[in-house]
Design a protein around this ligand. Structure first.
Ligand code: 5GP
Ligand code: MN
Length: 342
């Protein structure tokens, strides 16, 4: 098992000194790992007797809403005053699955103003100095893996019941594409096996996350692939650009575009794939790659975003066309690197 240098005992010291409310939060446009980590850590801390509020910046997709304890989530964008008050009164804040406070979107000011100590638990590169204590393990498959590690380090594995285990399991499978990337070492597999022992029904979780498309979501995927996919064989690259009209036509809901970019990457010769979609006032960028080609570097350098080596994202405030043009203009720069991926 890989050895990790972490500061888990320091979290326990902070918890020992905490008598008031703890806030658990995560990043904007939350994904399975973000929600799974937030709900599992919140559930665990409640079992330990703490008063916990789980606050997410904006709504999560419908395919994550089955998760245990989901009803307890407060959404900042829907109740900014109530959430700001809770954040202001908190004694301790856990920041999960992101590496800088700019990632909590409209909740950023409230979190920056908060007097509570902020603990980061995350697996993205280059964490910003926005936190009092940082558990930042880039080699971890997911933040959910780190939540499990923390509970284990605290000697509390027995507190992981089926609901908590299901949240952790969901985060691990969504951040590893069901064990197809970000799982180079045995740790996520061993954790998954232990979670199954603790009651997780792996097939059921998989179905709840992946087999709950609406008809519109599936048709949007079909449209994206048949009408909006551009393949650039000379650069081993492909991209999909969805206009606001495309999204409106298929009654786009939060999460409907998730995974579309992976279909562009599934072409054998493609090593770098991008999805761009126009949300009206901004353009969301999703980048994916194979092998050592770092989309995190591309997202950081050209789009003011970030993420992981093989999965990164950003938001631009220029037009869809201008955003795509930035992507096209940088392909020649990476031509050699993209050829050498395999
Ligand atoms: P996605 O393309 O699925 O939105 O995001 C892929 C990865 O990049 C996730 O780990 C996500 O947290 C990260 N990410 C997405 N958008 C941004 C962004 O604007 N800034 C940073 N720093 N990371 C992002
Ligand atoms: Mn994650």
């Amino acid at each position: 098992m890989p050895i990790k240098v972490t500061d888990f005992p320091k979290i326990k010291e902070l918890l020992d000194a905490t008598h008031g409310t703890i806030i658990v939060t995560t990043h904007t446009n939350p994904d399975g790992d973000a929600i799974g980590a937030s709900l599992s850590l919140s559930g665990y801390l409640r079992k330990k007797g703490f008063k916990v509020s789980t606050i997410i910046p904006d709504p999560d997709p419908v395919f994550l809403q089955w998760m245990p304890f989901h009803d307890s989530i407060r959404i900042f964008s829907e109740a900014p005053e109530e959430c700001s008050k809770l954040i202001g009164e908190a004694e301790l804040i856990f920041c999960l699955d992101f590496n800088g406070l700019s990632r909590v979107s409209k909740a950023e000011t409230a979190f920056r103003k908060a007097t509570a100590k902020k603990v980061l638990i995350d697996h993205h590169t280059n964490p910003k100095p926005d936190f009092d204590l940082m558990i930042s393990v880039v080699s971890a498959s997911s933040t959910c893996e780190l939540v499990y590690d923390f509970i284990e380090d605290s000697g509390d594995l027995a507190l992981i019941d089926k609901p908590i285990a299901s949240c952790i399991y969901a985060g691990i499978i969504t951040d590893t594409g069901s064990f197809s990337y970000s799982c180079e070492n045995e740790r996520p597999y061993l954790i998954a096996a232990d979670l199954v022992k603790r009651g997780v029904n792996g097939e059921q979780v998989h179905r709840l996350v992946y087999d709950t498309y609406s008809e519109n979501r599936l048709r949007l995927l079909g449209h994206a692939i048949s009408e909006r996919l551009h393949v650039l064989p000379e650069y081993h690259a492909a991209y999909i650009a969805l206009t606001k009209d495309d999204l409106d036509r298929f009654n786009h809901q939060v999460g409907d575009t998730e995974d579309i970019v992976n279909f562009a990457l599934s072409i054998g010769s493609v090593n770098f794939a991008a999805l761009f979609y126009d949300r009206g006032d901004e353009v969301k960028v999703s980048l994916r790659s194979k092998g050592h080609f770092s989309v995190n570097a591309v997202a950081t350098k050209y789009f003011n975003g970030g993420g992981h080596v093989n999965a990164a994202g950003a938001t631009t405030y220029i037009s869809l066309e201008e955003t795509v043009n930035i992507f096209l203009s940088l392909l020649p720069i990476y031509e050699k690197e993209l050829k050498a991926v395999y």
